[in-house]
Design a protein around this ligand. Structure first.
Ligand SMILES: Cc1cc2nc3c(=O)[nH]c(=O)nc-3n(C[C@H](O)[C@H](O)[C@H](O)COP(=O)(O)O)c2cc1C
Length: 229
C-alpha cells in the first residue's frame, strides 16, 4: 500500500474477530518495524508477544485490580491529568467512541463496560508488550524510540490486514503484566499493542479520530528570507 494512504487510513481497532493471528505474520511485522529509527541506533526495544492463557491472566489480573481500586502502577512517572487543549482532544475522542457505541453520558453501566474492555485490551487475540532496559532511565529518548517502533508496528500490521490499538489501559497494573508475561526485572514496561483481525461490524471501529489543522502546530522559520535570497 502506498505509504501516505497507509498512514492516513490506519486507525485504532477496538473490536476483534475471534481468530488467532499466525505467529509467522507477527514475526514478519516485527521484522519490518525494527527498521524504525532510534537514538544513535540503540534499538532499545524488547517485545513480549503474548497470547492464549498468559494474556487471559493479564486481562483478568489487570481488570480485577483496577475494579478493586488498586492504584495504577506504571514503571515510569507519568502525567496524571491532561489539561487545556490536550484534555479537550482526549474528551473529543471519547465522545466520538461513546456516540458510535450509543453510550449515553449518564449511562454508568455502559461506560464502565467500555472502560473494562480497555482493561482487557479489547479482547484482542494478541498483545505485544514493549519494554526497555531499566538502566536507560531517565529514558525519554528511549521512550521516544519505542514510540517510533510502535508506529511502525501498527502500520506494518495494517498493511497486512491486521488492526491494533496501542494501549495504556491494558498495562495499568504493570506487576500483573510482568508476572504473567514473564518480563525480566531489569525491564521497564512501556506500553502494549493489542493486535488482531478487525471486526468490521463493531461500530467503534468505524470511528475516525480527527487531527488539528497543520498551521496550528507548525512554524516555518527562515523560509521568506531564503526565497528572497
Ligand atoms: C501511548 C498511547 C496509549 C494509548 N492508550 C489507549 C488506551 O488505553 N485505550 C484506548 O482505547 N486507546 C488508547 N490509545 C489510542 C488512542 O486513543 C488513539 O491512537 C488516538 O485516539 C488517535 O486515534 P487513531 O489511533 O484511530 O488514529 C493510545 C494510543 C497511544 C499512542
Amino acid at each position: 500500500m502506498e505509504f501516505s494512504k497507509l498512514i492516513q487510513e490506519r486507525k485504532s481497532i477496538r473490536g476483534y474477530l475471534n481468530k488467532p493471528v499466525p505467529r509467522e505474520l507477527i514475526e514478519e511485522i516485527i521484522e519490518v518495524a525494527k527498521w524504525a529509527p532510534s537514538s544513535m541506533n540503540t534499538q532499545p526495544w524488547h517485545v513480549y508477544v503474548v497470547t492464549g492463557e498468559p494474556l487471559d491472566r493479564i486481562r483478568q489480573g489487570n481488570s480485577n485490580n483496577m475494579m478493586q481500586g488498586v492504584p495504577p502502577k506504571r514503571d515510569f512517572p507519568m502525567k496524571e491529568q491532561y489539561e487545556g487543549v490536550h484534555r479537550k482532544r482526549q474528551i473529543d475522542i471519547a465522545v466520538q467512541l461513546f456516540d458510535a457505541m450509543g453510550i449515553a453520558r449518564d449511562d454508568k453501566v455502559q461506560r464502565t463496560d467500555w472502560v473494562m474492555r480497555g482493561f482487557r485490551q479489547f479482547d484482542a487475540p494478541v498483545s505485544l508488550v514493549l519494554t526497555y532496559d531499566k538502566y536507560l532511565e531517565p529514558a525519554a529518548i528511549s521512550q521516544f524510540d519505542l514510540g517510533a517502533f510502535s508506529h511502525a508496528i501498527v502500520l506494518a500490521a495494517w498493511e497486512r490486514g491486521l488492526g491494533c490499538v496501542i494501549n495504556g489501559q491494558g498495562i495499568m497494573q504493570s506487576s500483573v503484566v510482568r508476572e504473567h508475561a514473564g518480563i525480566a526485572d531489569d525491564q521497564n514496561i512501556m506500553i502494549c499493542i493489542a493486535m488482531g483481525y478487525p471486526d468490521h461490524d463493531f461500530v467503534a471501529n468505524q470511528v475516525k479520530s480527527v487531527r488539528e489543522p497543520t498551521d496550528g502546530f507548525v512554524r516555518y522559520v527562515g523560509f521568506e528570507s531564503s526565497v528572497q535570497a
